[in-house]
Structures are given as structure tokens and as C-alpha cells.
Write a protein that binds this ligand. Structure first.
Ligand code: AMP
Length: 395
């Protein structure tokens, strides 16, 4: 099947072609015709499945039917609203809108918190058809009357499960109340808890359910590995693996903001290029770190779950769990950044004895017993002192 078979217009087919995609992914094959037909969608798809294009392409096509070339801002009301849980995801979706819409006369804007509101206000004043936004900042604009959502035709809620985790559902409900009742709505979520279903009930009308990867399943192209190691020498083991296993472009997950910067600094002291992203870093710092990582200027990006949510990094070869997440679903989310689109991925977890329960819960969820390998020198009796002794060259 090709993109043309899905009924996309030439302007979009050209943009898809420029992106180098030759074949639509399963979620794109299923969702694009349904969205074009005007139906609501409840989409079960994780990052990495191509879900962004599955809603962006048909959304742009629908808007293009009545695209307005008038220069007057008043003739360009907000017609599509895409809500995402994080700034990073908002920026990525916005970039997709820009790239797929580059041959269409539609304008888009990206609205997120943590930065000055004024440039956003100026942009909104010029009239934009597509707004990609995080909920909090969008409501700030609503309150200041710098945005009007009264003419929205299409609403997309991306990563609804993350929105729920981050406590955004009351904000979402407030935003829903500002939208016209007559509209098309699409909801995407990796998992469907009772609360997501409740939200879907209030938001969607006779939605078509489209699911591409079953709940909590992980890609078969990912190789999982557990290295049992005492907590006290985890960072030495990480530096050792990075140096000796020739791992390039590694995303390392840690549980705390504090641990995040500290670990990045430690790796730098070991001569590895690294940076950290977490909730206390400002937007510019996060964007810069992500760019450096994507360009290959740094080998290691250390991140907390919240900061890493929805990050789209193509072909990430390896993800390391410096600590296992308390919630087994987060393991699935974390490693979802490797082994994408049929490529081989590698998920390494450094597991201390006190984390064995977490490991058990993860193995039950992914229905897989993960191979365990002790790295020589980093076994249960390793301490920072034994490592220092072993490292010192004999006189
Ligand atoms: P997403 O699930 O939307 O985050 O997309 C994951 C990655 O897949 C992104 O890097 C996209 O650029 C890429 N992608 C999306 N659609 C296709 C396609 N049809 N063929 C190949 N790659 C794609």
C-alpha cells in the first residue's frame, strides 16, 4: 500500500515523499482514511508507530479544503487544536505539521509554557489555523484572551495516558468546554485505563477504535539485558559499558532530577560527552541538549521520565535504565525509544539487589524473562574501592 492509496492530495504526497517515507505504517493505513472521512478516532498507539503523521496528514488535508489565502488575521481562526503533555512533544508535533504542510497555505503555531508569552501572542495575532499546545499555557492564553477556540473544527489529544499521569485532565476538561460541540475529535493513547475511557466518552462521538500495538506489548526487535550490580558502583559500570561496548547515542533514564545532572557530570569526568535533561532545566537548555544528542555532538543524554516523555529521536540504538522505574509501564515507555520501525534496539538495565521486585513486575508485564549477565568486576561484592584498586595500573 502507498500513501496515494490512502486518498491524500498531491501537496501532502509531495511532503511525505520529501520525508523519505515510502510506505504508510499500520496506524497510518488505518487512521488516515477514517480521519479523512470525518469520523472520531480512539487510537491505541505508542510513540514510534508513526502516529503523529497518522493524524497530522489527514488533519492538514481537511483544513486545506477551505484554506484561506487572505492576509487578514481575522480570516484565519484556529481550526485545529493539537494538545500534547510536554513541550518537547508539542515541538515535535509542530515540526511534523510544518514539514507535512509545507506545500499548503496553512499557518501553525506552537504554544508551551516556560517561555515568554509575548512572541506566542504576536504569532497568534497574525492568525494561525493549527495550534499545537500544552494544556497549561493554552489556558493562560485563553485567560488573557489572546486565543479564541470558538471555531475549532478538529481536536487531537495526543498521549492521553501521559496527560492523565501528569494531572492534566482537569485542564483538558476546561479546554473541551471552550470548543464547539460540532467538531471532529481524535484521542491517542498508548494504554486505555478506565479513566482514559471515561475521558473518551465525554470527548468522542461514535469513535472508530484503531489499535496497532496491543497494550503493554514491547517490540520484538528489542534485545533486553539486565546487569546485576550494587547501587554504589552503577555509575562506574555505566562508564565502563559506554567505553568498552562501543555504545554511541545512549539515552540513560534515572529516577531523580538530582541524580540526573550528577550522573551526566560524572560521565563527563570519565571523558564521555554527556548532558542531562530534567524538569528543572529551562526550555532552551533542554532543546539544546536534545539537539546536541541528535546531531551526535554528545554521546549520552541522561533524562528523567517526565523530561523524556514523547521525545522523538530517530533510530536510537540503545536505552539504559540506570534505575528501574517503580511503575512497570514506564519501562515499556522508556524502551519504546529503541528498536523502532523494525530496527534492532538494545535495552540495558542496571539492577541492584533491592530492585528485584521491580524487575519481577516488569518481566510479568512484558511476559519475558530478561537475560541477566554480571559484568566481570562489577558483581555483588564490587565497591568503589575495589574498582579503584583494579583500575590502578601495576607499578
Ligand atoms: P511517531 O510515532 O509519530 O512518533 O513517529 C515515529 C517515527 O517514525 C518518526 O521519526 C517519524 O519520522 C517516522 N515515520 C513516520 N511515518 C513513517 C513512515 N510511513 N515510514 C517511515 N518512517 C515513518
Amino acid at each position: 500500500m502507498s500513501f496515494a492509496d490512502l486518498g491524500l492530495i498531491p501537496e501532502l504526497l509531495r511532503a511525505v515523499d520529501d520525508s523519505g517515507y515510502t510506505e504508510p505504517t499500520p496506524i497510518q493505513q488505518q487512521a488516515i482514511p477514517v480521519v479523512l472521512a470525518g469520523q472520531d478516532v480512539m487510537g491505541g498507539a505508542q510513540t514510534g508507530t508513526g502516529k503523529t503523521a497518522s493524524f497530522t496528514l489527514p488533519l492538514l488535508q481537511k483544513l486545506s479544503r477551505w484554506a484561506n489565502t487572505s492576509a487578514s488575521p481575522a480570516r484565519h481562526p484556529v481550526r485545529a487544536l493539537i494538545l500534547t503533555p510536554t513541550r518537547e512533544l508539542a515541538m515535535q508535533v509542530y515540526e511534523s505539521v510544518q514539514s507535512y504542510g509545507k506545500h499548503l497555505p496553512l499557518r501553525a503555531s506552537c504554544i508551551y509554557g516556560g517561555v515568554d508569552m509575548n512572541p506566542q501572542i504576536a504569532e497568534l495575532r497574525t492568525g494561525v489555523e493549527v495550534v499545537v499546545a500544552t494544556p497549561g499555557r493554552l489556558l493562560d492564553h485563553v485567560q488573557q484572551r489572546t486565543i479564541n477556540l470558538g471555531q475549532v473544527e478538529i481536536l487531537v489529544l495526543d498521549e492521553a495516558d501521559r496527560m492523565l499521569d501528569m494531572g492534566f485532565i482537569p485542564d483538558i476538561r476546561r479546554i473541551l468546554a471552550l470548543l464547539p460541540a460540532q467538531r471532529q475529535s481524535l484521542l491517542f493513547s498508548a494504554t486505555f485505563s478506565e479513566e482514559i475511557k471515561k475521558l473518551a466518552d465525554t470527548m468522542l462521538r461514535s469513535p472508530q477504535l484503531i489499535e496497532v500495538a496491543r497494550r503493554n506489548t514491547v517490540s520484538e526487535t528489542i534485545k533486553h539485558m539486565v546487569h546485576p550490580v550494587p547501587t554504589a558502583v552503577k555509575r562506574e559500570l555505566l562508564a565502563h559499558l559506554l567505553t568498552n561496548e562501543n555504545l554511541n547515542q545512549v539515552l540513560v533514564f534515572v529516577s531523580t532530577k538530582f541524580g540526573c545532572s550528577r550522573l551526566a557530570r560524572h560521565l563527563e569526568r570519565e571523558g564521555l560527552t554527556a548532558d542531562a535533561i530534567h524538569g528543572d532545566k529551562n526550555q532552551q537548555q533542554r532543546t539544546e541538549a536534545l539537539e546536541k544528542f541528535k546531531n551526535g555532538d554528545i554521546r549520552v543524554l541522561v533524562a528523567t521520565d517526565v523530561a523524556a516523555r514523547g521525545l522523538d529521536i530517530d533510530d536510537l540504538p540503545c536505552v539504559v535504565n540506570f534505575e528501574l522505574p517503580p511503575n512497570p509501564e514506564d519501562y515499556v515507555h522508556r524502551i519504546g525509544r529503541t528498536g523502532r520501525a523494525g530496527k534492532q534496539g538494545y535495552a540495558i538495565s542496571l539492577v541492584a539487589p533491592e530492585e528485584s521486585q521491580r524487575l519481577g513486575a516488569i518481566e510479568r508485564m512484558i511476559k519475558l524473562k530478561i537475560t541477566q549477565e554480571v559484568v566481570p568486576g562489577f558483581g555483588t561484592d564490587a565497591t568503589p574501592e575495589t574498582l579503584r584498586r583494579n583500575r590502578r595500573p601495576p607499578r
